[in-house]
Design a protein around this ligand. Structure first.
Ligand SMILES: *Cc1c(COP(=O)(O)O)cnc(C)c1O
Length: 505
């Protein structure tokens, strides 16, 4: 029987686009994206639709049997996203730590996915691999970490911390941990109570269990108590446990607190412990000329996690692990399967990123980061990050100067505060009520569509939390939040305490 190989035109593959079709759909999409970015500040930050309302927009249809033309589909997808999204690029979005995304990053993603390099192996991605290596070196240089470090890009802060955790586990317990697992080894991790939940996920995923974490208390400024750390390690050693890793935080997710990294570094080097710094939020602030010395000491760590999709303003997703000893990543992740026969090069071994991290096939997330670093330069980043820090400070000061607001904490680019009605000022017994009031106030601010904040728990105080990692935020934007919080705070208080409101009038 004769089989005929179809030629490209005759084949008519359902996903292929002609040059003209791609050009027309692309131009239209780029025009719409430019309009969207130009007007982002005029939209509500979010519509606050319920999950049911949003699900209803899509309807319950099954998978389409027949395809549709690309252009109208893209148009419709743009309509959906522009209407039913929360816009973290809005100038008054200050929740969590999600930055405004650099527009060049969006164009970089289009370029990267069109060429579609696979950065698992050098042969599959020659220039892309070299760009990622240069990006990693530049990130190290920007934050003052040795540029001889090894590293790679991953999906975000969690993954960047996981990669470092695994490198520490391998480095401190030997190669056998890769074949035998951790069985029998009572490995112990030390970190402060303010550490992000990635550390629980890591202890769980990588076989230690969350009981292997020693939660070190914090001082009044929410920084790790190093004397308590020293005691915990000594107690565990006396018990026959195996301390291997201390995690310091360079900018906590709640309030931007920075652990005393220089002291922790000295302790780890004395005790032969792996010192990792979670700089997912604050790491890039080490680039500021007036960065706190405690933060700059991330340069002393065995590994650092930073998050380009936070303070480098890269579009999601991009995290980055840096490891002082580049061999440590290879020791942790390298295998040589028979199905990878890359070209040997006598002068220089090419870097195959699948040997340096958990992923096999890898996309070109480095391109958006690399182009952002080149578009802004060090000077541009120092200005944007410094402005974010000054705006958060200004918000804190404005809250402090507003009679019905109580300013609570300020760290890096995070300000926390709460609404306190006049008659409850200084009334310690009112804290439970104030927590309820401020938690409803947070919802009310979000529902207004004009600003978007999250919360932090400062001791037992529910605080409104604004984190400025947003190059679109202006001083006017920041100035608008205290009056909004007061107006809506009065409204909520009047609803929750009608009798007190009646007594005031
Ligand atoms: C954001 C953050 C993480 C998690 O990073 P993702 O990019 O969300 O995975 C971890 N640690 C700190 C300190 C963070 O701020």
């Amino acid at each position: 029987m004769e089989t005929k190989r179809p030629d490209a035109a005759a084949r008519d593959a359902a996903l292929e686009m002609s040059g003209d079709e791609f050009r027309a759909a692309g131009h239209k999409l780029v025009d719409r994206l430019a309009d969207f970015l130009g007007g982002i500040g005029e939209r509500p930050v979010t519509r606050n639709d319920s999950p049911l309302e949003v699900r209803a927009v899509l309807g319950g249809d099954g998978m389409p049997e027949r395809g549709s033309p690309a252009g109208p589909l893209l148009d419709e997808a743009a309509d959906l996203l522009f209407t039913h999204s929360l816009f973290n690029g809005h100038p008054r979005f200050w929740a969590y730590i999600t930055s405004s995304a650099a527009p060049i990053g969006a164009l970089a993603d289009l370029l990267a996915s069109t060429v579609n390099a696979n950065l698992g192996g050098w042969d599959l991605a020659p220039i892309a691999t070299e760009i990622e290596l240069q990006t990693v070196r530049w990130i190290a240089e920007l934050i003052g970490y040795p540029t001889t470090a090894g590293g790679l890009l991953v999906s975000g802060g969690n993954m960047a911390n996981f990669v470092a955790f695994l490198a520490a586990r391998r480095a401190k317990s030997g190669d056998a941990v890769r074949t035998e697992g951790i069985c029998g080894r009572r490995l112990r991790v030390y970190t402060s109570e303010e550490t992000h939940t990635w550390v629980q996920k890591a202890a769980d995923l990588f076989g230690l269990g969350t009981d292997a974490i020693r939660w070190i208390p914090v001082d009044a400024r929410l920084r790790m108590d190093v004397a308590a750390l020293e005691r915990a390690v000594a107690e565990d050693r006396a018990r026959g446990d195996q301390p291997f890793l201390v995690v310091g935080t360079g900018g906590s997710v709640g309030t931007g607190a920075i652990d005393p990294l220089p002291e922790i570094a000295r302790f780890c080097s004395r005790e032969d412990l792996w010192f990792h710094v979670d700089g997912a939020y604050g790491g890039f602030a080490a680039a500021l000329p007036d960065a706190p010395e405690d933060l700059k000491a991330l340069s002393l760590a065995d590994s650092v996690a930073v998050d380009p999709h936070k303070w480098l303003y890269a579009p999601l997703e991009a995290g980055c692990t840096l490891v002082r000893d580049p061999q440590a990543l290879r020791d942790t992740f390298s295998y040589h399967p028979p199905y990878y026969q890359y070209s040997a090069n006598k002068e220089e071994e090419p870097v195959n990123f699948h040997e340096l991290g958990p992923q096999n096939s890898r996309g070109f997330r480095a391109l958006k980061v690399w182009l952002g670093l080149r578009q802004a330069g060090r000077e541009g980043y120092v200005r944007m990050i410094g402005d974010d820090v000054r705006l958060a400070r200004e918000l804190y000061d404005r809250a402090a100067a507003t009679p019905e607001l109580e300013a609570l904490t300020y760290g890096l680019s995070i300000a926390t505060f709460r609404y306190v009605p006049h008659d409850l000022k200084g009334d310690a017994s009112a804290n439970g009520y104030l927590n309820d009031l401020n938690s409803e106030l947070m919802r009310r601010i979000r529902a207004s569509g004009t600003a978007y904040v999250s919360n932090a728990l400062v001791g037992d105080v529910f605080a409104l939390r604004a984190c400025v990692v947003n190059f679109r935020t202006t001083r006017e934007d920041v100035a608008s939040l205290p009056p909004l919080a007061v107006a809506l705070g009065r409204e909520v208080d009047a609803e929750l305490r009608p009798s007190a409101a009646a007594g005031r009038t």
